[in-house]
Write a protein that binds this ligand. Structure first.
Ligand code: FES
Ligand code: FES
Length: 158
């Protein structure tokens, strides 16, 4: 029987206490134990970015992060970005610029860009491309995603 640990995390602002095997990934904890299915299984080996979430504000690939490594941390998923006032500016920009086709990759892009703009609201185009390059989209050709990223940058500038 694998060893299990009690983990305490704050997920999208809610404090959660869960029992999890030592081998549980953060992605499986979020999707299967908490029902937060916005973060996606893509490659499951850290190559595609579909599982990107924020751990204490820093983008992390949840498929290769052990849930135990997020113990005591604040985790933000795509479900936690919108507020009562509306969509996060990156979400709104993706909507406005039709930057999703199948949408499977979209949560990872949005979370990664939200983290970038939180740190660098005036990130250069090169920085945008570098961030987008860490995520794989098989549908859009990236042009509309880059358009959306630029629009979100404009919307988030202080
Ligand atoms: S599913 Fe995590 S990087 Fe691809
Ligand atoms: S919109 Fe389909 S993989 Fe990106």
């Amino acid at each position: 029987m694998p060893s299990e640990h009690i983990l305490t995390l704050t997920v999208n602002g809610d404090r959660r206490r869960l029992l999890a095997p030592a081998s549980r990934t953060l992605l499986d904890l979020l999707r299967e134990d908490l029902g937060l299915t916005g973060s996606k299984h893509g490659c499951d080996v850290g190559d595609c970015g579909a599982c990107t979430v924020l751990v204490d504000g820093v983008p992390r690939l949840a498929c290769i992060t052990l849930a135990a490594d997020a113990d005591g941390c604040a985790v933000t998923t795509i479900e936690g970005l919108a507020t009562a006032d509306g969509l996060h500016p990156v979400q709104q920009a993706f909507h406005d610029h039709l930057a999703a086709q199948c949408g499977y990759c979209t949560p990872g892009f949005v979370v990664a860009l939200a983290a970038l703009f939180a740190e660098h609201p005036d990130a250069s185009d090169d920085r945008l491309r570098e961030t987008l390059g860490a995520n794989i989209c098989r549908c859009t050709g990236y042009t509309k995603i880059l358009d959306a990223a630029r629009a979100a940058r404009g919307a988030m500038k202080p």
